[in-house]
Design a protein around this ligand. Sequence first.
Ligand SMILES: Cc1cc2nc3c(=O)[nH]c(=O)nc-3n(C[C@H](O)[C@H](O)[C@H](O)COP(=O)(O)OP(=O)(O)OC[C@H]3O[C@@H](n4cnc5c(N)ncnc54)[C@H](O)[C@@H]3O)c2cc1C
Length: 327
Amino acid sequence: MATIRELIIIGGGPIGLTCGLMAKRAGIDYLILEKGALTNSLFNYPLFMTFFSTAERLEIGGIPFTCTTPKPGRKEALEYYRKVVESENLNIQLYNQVESISKNKDGLFELKTKKQTYLAQYVVVSTGFYDIPNLMNIPGESLPKVHHYYREPHGYAFQKIAVIGAQNSAIDVALETYRKGAEVTLIVRQNEIGERVKYWVKPDIENRIKEGNIHAFFNSKLIEIKEKTIVIQTPDGIQEIENDVVMAMTGYLPDNTLLQQAGVQFSEDGKLIPFYHSDTMETNIKNLFLAGVICGGLETHKWFIENSRHHAELIVRYILEHSEKVQ
Ligand SMILES: Cc1cc2nc3c(=O)[nH]c(=O)nc-3n(C[C@H](O)[C@H](O)[C@H](O)COP(=O)(O)OP(=O)(O)OC[C@H]3O[C@@H](n4cnc5c(N)ncnc54)[C@H](O)[C@@H]3O)c2cc1C
C-alpha cells in the first residue's frame, strides 16, 4: 500500500520549492516530485540570460539571495535555489515525472510515476510552461535547422540566422549571436520591438537595427522554411532570403495534461486559463491547487517568480485550516 502523504507538490521549480518550504515550516507532511533536474526550466534557460528581476525579488521563504550584480543570471539563480533545497533539506525527488493523476474511492489523489504510485490528501500542480514550444505551424518547421530553445551563441558564429519574435528571448538571441559574428535577420509580426523587452536592452537592439547591423522585417511573418532559404511575407511582398538557422523564439505553452486528467476546468476565451480561486489557489477539484506560472494558461507573461511566490502561503493556510491528519 502506497504511503499516504498530506501534500504532494508536482514540479520542483522556484514556485514548487516555495510551496515545499512553506509546507515544511507549517509542519505539513509534504513531498515535491520533479521530472528533471532541480529547477529544470531554469536549468534549460539560455546559459548567459539575465533575469529582469533583482535578486531579492527572486527570493523564496525570505532566504537571502546574495548577488554581486544588480540582476542575477541563470548560474546564480540555479545556485541559490540549490542552496535553499540543501540548507532547508527539502523533501524532493528529482527525475521522477508524474505521468497521471486521479482520485480514488477514498477521495485521495493517486499519482503515478514510472517509479511508483503515490497517495495524497492535497496536491499542488506547479509545472510551469517551458516544456512545450509554441509552434508556428508552417512548412519546414520540423527541419533540423529550426530551434525553439536557445542555449548559447558560439554555435551560430558566421551563420545566417533568422530570429522569430519580438520579446526578451528573441532579442537576447539576436544580440548575443550578432556579437558572435552571426548575420542576424529579425522577423517581427508587429511594427516594433516588444514593449516588455528589458528597458536596458531595448536601445541596444533598436540602434543595431538603425545602423543596419541587424536586419529587421517588421509587420512580417515567416511563412516557409526551406533547406537553404526562408520565405517571409513582408509589407513589400513575399521575400526569399538565404538562411542557415531559424531560432523560433515564439514562446512556450503549459502542459495541461495532468489538469485535464484531474478534471480542472479551463476558460473558454481561447486563453485556456485553468480555474482556481484566487484567495486559496484551489481549483474546481477539491484539494487540488495551482501555483506559479501554470496559472496563466496561454497568457504566459502574466505570472512569473516575483508575483507568484505568494501562491504558496495561500495554499498552506488553506491546508492548515482544513487538514484532518491522515491516519
Ligand atoms: C529567459 C527568461 C527570463 C525570465 N526572467 C524572469 C525574471 O527576471 N523574473 C521573474 O520573476 N521571472 C522570470 N522568468 C519567468 C520565470 O522563470 C518563470 O516564471 C518561473 O520559472 C516560474 O516558476 P514555476 O515554478 O512556476 O515554473 P517552472 O520554473 O517552469 O517549474 C516547473 C517545474 O515543473 C516540472 N514539471 C513539469 N511537468 C512535470 C511533471 N509531470 N512531473 C514532475 N515535474 C514536472 C518542470 O520540469 C519544472 O522544473 C523568466 C523566464 C525566462 C524564460
